[in-house]
Design a protein around this ligand. Structure first.
Ligand SMILES: Cc1cc2nc3c(=O)[nH]c(=O)nc-3n(C[C@H](O)[C@H](O)[C@H](O)COP(=O)(O)O)c2cc1C
Length: 211
């Protein structure tokens, strides 16, 4: 089973999110492929790319050589995502959600015919069924209770996007309160423990999940 790690932890050695990811990687015996978005940034979908995508993915038309070349990197990233058996996202919370670079990546792989489609009855179908997803995140605040709970759009949005593609289950581990000295170390220890629990059963639980 191949797990694709989609990582955006630009603070590198300083990164709390990276601590969660490292715990996962050290304790998961899956075949791992890492996409580091700080080194391979996804492209924005400007006019040329969107029109080529619409022409091919929604219009069913063949692309000419120049349109194919516009989509070359976008399609390569999408194929890497589609071929994974499971995905792990690792990023900090920015402005109550995922960082823009992660959203840009998701906009790019959310291609009709690749990660989702519309069936003969006009219903949306996720094409990533039988695959699981994990989101590792850290954030300065704590969002467990109102009024702050509804400020956090990270998990809700990630879950909607990944569910639409068919992923299940979609789990999330958050190291919250990284800016709160009294809570930071306890919450991080809990988050690392939760990550380890998931990592230890990452492979073993797949046959049940795929049913
Ligand atoms: C641009 C930016 C926006 C941020 N927005 C939020 C936010 O909305 N809520 C929050 O709790 N923390 C926010 N933070 C703080 C980070 O999420 C927090 O410091 C996190 O632990 C950083 O993770 P890292 O150590 O993996 O880089 C923001 C940080 C940056 C740089």
């Amino acid at each position: 089973m191949k797990t694709l790690i989609i990582q955006y932890t630009p603070r590198n050695k300083q990164s709390t999110t990276k601590q969660l990811l490292d715990s996962f990687l050290k304790n998961c015996d899956d075949d791992i492929e890492i996409l580091d978005l700080t080194k391979s940034a996804p492209e924005f979908l400007f006019e040329n790319a969107i029109s080529a995508m619409m022409k091919r993915n929604h219009g069913g038309a063949m692309l000419n050589a120049s349109e194919q070349s516009v989509l070359k990197n976008i399609d390569r990233m999408t194929q890497q995502f589609v071929k994974a058996d499971a995905v792990v996202f690792a990023f900090p919370m920015y402005n109550f959600s995922m960082p823009g670079i992660v959203k840009t990546y998701l906009d790019l792989v959310a291609q009709r015919g690749q990660t989702w489609d519309i069936d003969a009855n006009g219903n949306y179908v996720g094409k990533m069924k039988g695959k699981r997803a994990l989101i590792l995140m850290s954030c300065a605040g704590v969002y467990n209770e109102e009024p702050y709970k509804s400020w956090d759009h990270t998990f809700g949005l990630m879950k909607t996007i990944l569910s639409f593609m068919g992923f299940a289950p979609i789990q999330m581990v958050a190291a919250q309160g990284t800016a709160i000295p009294d809570m930071q170390s306890t919450l991080l220890a809990q988050a690392i423990q939760n990550t380890l629990t998931i990592a230890h059963t990452w492979n073993a639980s797949m046959p049940t999940l795929a049913k």
